[in-house]
Design a protein. Structure first.
Length: 95
């Protein structure tokens, strides 16, 4: 019985400026060095030690007119064992 134990979260590092929309998925890679963050239009790859640098993997935002948008990114994840493999899905059923 540990009634006196309290836990609190603290910010260690901030990865910002890469998403214009709400992030709906984050997946840690099995290499324990990289992760992906996903919003409705983008998938970005990050390195845990380089918070100011991201690598855009997918960007489906229309260049000229948002009315021409026909699908959005719905989820994504890394393979649990193969660190070079990831998957994302879209609202049109694409993988």
């Amino acid at each position: 019985k540990d009634a006196g134990v309290q836990m609190a979260a603290s910010l260690k590092r901030q990865y910002g400026g890469a998403h214009a929309y709400h992030i709906h998925s984050i997946s840690i890679n099995s290499d324990n060095e990289t992760f992906i963050s996903l919003d409705s239009l983008r998938v970005n790859l990050w390195h845990l030690q380089r918070d100011a640098q991201r690598f855009p993997i997918v960007d489906i935002k229309p260049k000229d007119n948002m009315y021409s948008l026909t699908e959005i990114v719905t989820s994504g994840t890394f393979h649990p064992e193969q660190c070079h493999t990831l998957m994302y899905t879209t609202s049109r059923g694409r993988m």
